[in-house]
Write a protein that binds this ligand. Structure first.
Ligand code: FER
Length: 366
């Protein structure tokens, strides 16, 4: 009896240490090649993608960013609308204001023909949402092991504040944010993991988004449609799918931002797994004659301990293949909310600037 208890204690200590080690490794390692955090992860997951529950809890930090202590913002109190990128989200946009009403996330479901099942999404409607108005929509995609709650359950990403404050200042229109579950599988038992079978449902999300979720949102809510009013952004695994979806269906999204995009769009091998690649390097481009997004941002923290320099490689491939985009790095940011806040803010800033410019061309603000 005592022996069993002791064994149990040793086992729990081992699990706790493994979980701790994972987190620390992710926080401390910078270099993709020396990042060994995957060894702990792979040791607790098998090739079917089954992941040990304790470790999965820890891995949930992949889904919406690692929690870092030093969350920083740009403390400028003045904001000038132009086409320049600001590495950090200004404090005035991520801080709650007493005189602004913010929307709240709620949860809903839709039937997915792609997955042959009812699927959930979280949705942030503006505080004074009314069917008498029509709103643009941002589809925001979570990271690996995430779901439709990954962003809505994490107040540190400041999605509500950034969206609400920028709309309150008249920079962007009041905007609906939809956070889907990006794991588009038709097998309710299938789980995500770091192997080629277990990531397939993420690559299938393009079908669920375009054929099921977007028609559902456009049918159920009072939304502005068309590419100028349809935005796409994603973090990590969601950033990877954001780039993939944008290259495949560029006519659908006017404004796009891929934050800290995960590897695997093109063939590669990182410390987590071997990636067959969704497309080849020469296909990292828009098809000839395609309607391209007005703004296509790719960004990443300079200290990203999970995806390392993969986003930069995407930028280099797109550049070599002549696909127009904006690339920038967030100095000092990890795979975390500093990167997410920055990407979201800059996407909205580019939308504000882009829409102002086209309004000006059409005879001024409308
Ligand atoms: C990988 C490295 C990182 C990978 C996925 C990720 C599927 C995703 C990380 C995240 O979403 O936070 O090799 O392969």
């Amino acid at each position: 009896m005592i022996k069993t208890k002791k064994r149990l204690m040793i086992l729990s200590a081992f699990i706790a240490l493994t979980v701790c080690a994972c987190g620390t490794a992710i926080r401390e390692e910078n270099d993709m090649e020396t990042n060994n955090s995957s060894e702990e992860i792979i040791a607790t997951s098998d090739n079917t993608g089954e992941v040990n529950k304790e470790v999965n809890d820890d891995l949930s930090s992949f889904a919406a960013g690692i929690k870092t202590e030093d969350e920083e913002s740009n403390s400028d109190t003045e904001f000038v609308l132009n086409d320049e990128i600001e590495e950090r989200c200004p404090a005035i946009y991520e801080t709650k204001r007493a005189d602004v009403s913010y929307g709240e996330f709620t949860h809903d479901t839709y039937y997915s023909e792609t997955c042959q099942m009812e699927r959930g999404y979280s949705i942030l409607l503006p505080a004074d949402y009314s069917v008498d108005k029509k709103y643009p929509v941002l589809y925001l995609l979570h990271g690996i092991f995430g779901d439709e709650y990954s962003f809505s359950n994490d107040g540190s990403n400041k999605i509500k504040e950034i969206t609400g404050n920028m709309a309150a200042d008249g920079l962007i229109e009041e905007t609906i944010v939809v956070c889907p579950n990006m794991f588009a599988t038709s097998d309710p038992e299938q789980k995500p993991g770091f192997d080629s079978i277990s990531v397939l449902p993420y690559d299938n999300f393009i079908n669920d988004l375009v054929n099921d979720l977007m028609p559902h949102i456009e049918g159920k809510y009072s939304v502005l449609t068309g590419r100028e009013n349809t935005y796409l952004a994603g973090f990590s695994m969601g950033g990877r799918e954001t780039i993939f979806i944008t290259l495949k269906r560029p006519e659908l999204f006017g404004y796009v931002c891929a934050i800290s995009a995960a590897p695997g769009i093109v063939p590669t091998k990182d410390s987590f797994m071997s990636h067959e690649g969704q497309i080849s390097e020469s296909e990292m481009r828009f098809e000839d004659g395609a309607t391209e997004p007005d703004v296509f941002i790719i960004c990443c923290g300079t200290r990203d301990s999970v995806v390392g320099t993969y986003p930069k490689q995407y930028h280099e491939l797109l550049e070599a293949n002549g696909a127009e985009h904006i690339w920038y790095e967030i100095n000092g940011a990890d795979h975390d909310n500093n990167a997410i806040k920055s990407g979201l803010f800059n996407l909205f800033k580019q939308i504000a600037n882009g829409k102002n410019m086209s309004n000006a061309e059409n005879g001024g603000l409308q």
